[in-house]
Each structure stands twice: as C-alpha cells, then as structure tokens.
Design a protein around this ligand. Structure first.
Ligand code: FES
Ligand code: FES
Length: 174
C-alpha cells in the first residue's frame, strides 16, 4: 500500500508516494537520489546509514519512511551549512579518519549525535558518575558511544581523536 508523505532531507522538502514498507534509507537513496547515507548491512548492524532524525541519530535502514513524514532529516552532507564543511568534516580530514570512506557519512552523523548527547549530559554505559548530569567525552566514552558505527577499514585509531578534537573545541571533553 502506498502512502503520500513529505520528506524533508537536508532542508529540501519532497512530496513522495511510498510503499509503507519502504525504509527511510531506501527512500532517500532510491527516490530522492540522496546517496550521502550508505547501505552497508540493511539490518541495523553497521551504522553506515546513520542520519539525524529531528536531531537524534538513527539507523535509517531501520526507520520506515512513513514515520519520518514531516520530520527533519539531516545527512552528513546536510551538516555542511552554507556549503562550508562542518567541524567534524574538517577534523576527519585533519586526522585522516577514513580509508575507503564508505562508513564516513554515518560516522560523522553519529559523531554529531554524540556531541549533542554529551552537551545535554546524557550518560553512556561507561560513564562512571551517572548522577553528574554532565558528560566528558573521554576516548573510552567516544569508543562506547560510537560503537554502533563499524569501519571495515579499521580507521578507529584516527576516528576517535578526530571526534575528540571537536569535542574539546565544543567543551564536552575536558
Ligand atoms: S545499513 Fe543501516 S545499520 Fe547497516
Ligand atoms: S573508512 Fe572504509 S569502512 Fe570506514
């Protein structure tokens, strides 16, 4: 069954008629031709498809497009405001935090989500003081919070410092 929805991806609004079984990832890539989010596993296991949905990171292969009707979807490309790279884009380049780059848009969206979660004081499973109400993005915190984003090239040793540098600049790493 098809349903009429409106997807808003990276600030571009698009009316779409989609089968109710269509994932947000497939709607973006196959219908809107937005190939920033990547399909790695299509099963919520790799994080390559990570986007921000109303500011919260999600695996877009696990989200039905119809549930994103009217929501604000941001991909890694969309983080580049006014054509200028986001601080995370710059940091990933500076720290050489990729090899093939296939996982990178998902890594960057996830990192943007991590920074926002830390700014709001959200704890993770490695946070020592759950009552502190603040988050310090140590390397262990970054590794834990980014654990859903796999890198087949194993660029983790560079991804962590790339995220840490931006966290430090944003005051969520001491
Ligand atoms: S493609 Fe969505 S988690 Fe792998
Ligand atoms: S850079 Fe190749 S999968 Fe991460």
């Amino acid at each position: 069954m098809d349903i009429q929805i409106t997807l808003r991806v990276d600030g571009v609004q698009a009316p779409l008629s989609v089968d109710t079984r269509t994932t947000l990832l497939d709607a973006m890539r196959d219908r809107l031709r937005n190939t920033s989010p990547k399909k790695g596993c299509d099963h919520g296991q790799c994080g390559a498809c990570t986007v921000l949905l109303d500011g919260r990171r999600v695996n877009s292969c696990l989200v039905l497009a119809v549930t994103a009707d009217g929501a604000e979807v941001t991909t890694s490309d969309g983080l580049a405001a006014g054509g200028q790279p986001h601080a995370l884009h710059r940091s990933f380049v500076e720290y050489d935090a990729y090899q093939c780059g296939y996982c990178t848009p998902g890594q960057i969206c996830s990192a943007a989500g991590v920074l926002a979660e830390a700014a709001q004081g959200w704890p993770s499973t490695v946070t020592e003081d759950l009552t502190a109400g603040t988050a310090d993005l140590t390397d262990a915190e970054i590794r834990e919070r980014m654990a859903g984003n796999l890198c087949r090239c194993a660029a983790y040793a560079h991804i962590v410092p790339a995220v840490a540098a931006v966290a430090g600049a944003q005051g969520v790493r001491r």
